[in-house]
Design a protein around this ligand. Structure first.
Ligand code: PAF
Length: 282
């Protein structure tokens, strides 16, 4: 695996592969890698000749400085994992390279970045769109791979790619879960053993709500069930929403459809977790 933090160097490496007619699959990450990230790499290997990954903890997408500071960083073990799992090129830039001390561009996605996560994490998606645009322009991939766990990020990135004519295909990879259902996330590293147990409530709540909705009970009944589960629990619910994956707007009726997703967010201790589940399918 070639590792570099230089834009000029990675561009030269990728140009060489492209001159040999090789396709490039790109997996952008913030490190603290787990099986979820490795499933993105595995999917990339199925579709592209050369796998490029990036590890960069992007400061502009953190609305909470404490969250940025506490974000897990395991760079040496991450490098080993990527190397063992078939990554060809790792881009590991510094803040100086990515921002040169400035951040002057803001994105506004209308309603898409104001609902759900956007409501609780102001400017988060502007920061995501900015770094992803920079990375796409540097790597110029044919395919880029994102996890379904960050559904709102995925929807916004698809919009970004469509509206700015990025010449690449976004590939969605299903959520990887722990055996008891907890969605894999780098933030899970910050959970104690006891908190990991408590965190099961997010998937349990989604599963119960899905059962209610697919058995023809109302959205209100599903919401009430979720609220009751959290009411008797140490974890805190921030939101539970039934939305369309197209516009992320709430659905209160006609939700028995393929685009319906149940989304949830909240805290276990001081760790914020999100999860989602399609009403039909996984
Ligand atoms: O999903 C993530 O890990 C990050 O938001 C991303 C896409 C790498 C941008 O920093």
């Amino acid at each position: 695996m070639i590792t570099t933090g230089s834009v000029a160097e990675i561009q030269a490496i990728i140009s060489k592969f492209k001159a040999e007619d090789k396709t490039v699959g790109f997996v952008p990450t913030m490190g603290a890698l787990h099986q979820g990230h490795l499933s993105l790499v595995a999917e990339a290997k199925k579709r592209a000749d050369i796998i490029v990954c990036s590890i960069y903890v992007n400061p502009t997408q953190f609305n909470n400085p404490d969250d940025l500071e506490k974000y897990p960083r395991n760079i040496e073990s991450d490098k080993d994992l990527l190397d063992q799992n078939g990554c060809d090129v790792l881009f590991l830039p510094s803040d100086q390279v990515m921002y040169a001390g400035k951040n002057t561009i803001n994105f506004d996605f209308g309603k898409l970045d104001k609902v759900m996560e956007g409501k609780f994490r102001p400017n988060h998606f502007s920061g995501v769109a900015l770094i992803v645009s920079k990375l796409f322009n540097i790597v110029l991939p044919n395919f880029a791979f994102f996890g379904q766990k960050d559904l709102q990020q995925l929807t916004i990135i698809k919009k970004l790619v469509g509206e700015l004519f990025f010449n690449l295909e976004i590939v969605t990879v299903p959520i990887k879960r722990e055996p008891h259902g907890l969605a894999m996330s780098s933030r899970n590293e910050r959970l104690s053993k006891q908190e990991r147990e408590e965190a099961k409530i997010f998937f349990n709540a989604l599963t119960e709500a899905k059962y209610i909705l697919t058995n023809n009970q109302s959205a209100e009944e599903a919401k009430l069930k979720v609220e009751t589960l959290f009411h008797n629990h140490t974890a805190q619910l921030e939101y539970f929403q039934i939305v369309s994956d197209k516009d992320l707007l709430p659905k209160s009726e006609n939700y028995l459809a393929a685009d319906t997703v149940l989304c949830i967010a909240g805290f276990v201790g001081n760790v914020r977790l999100i999860d989602n589940i399609y009403l039909f399918g996984d």
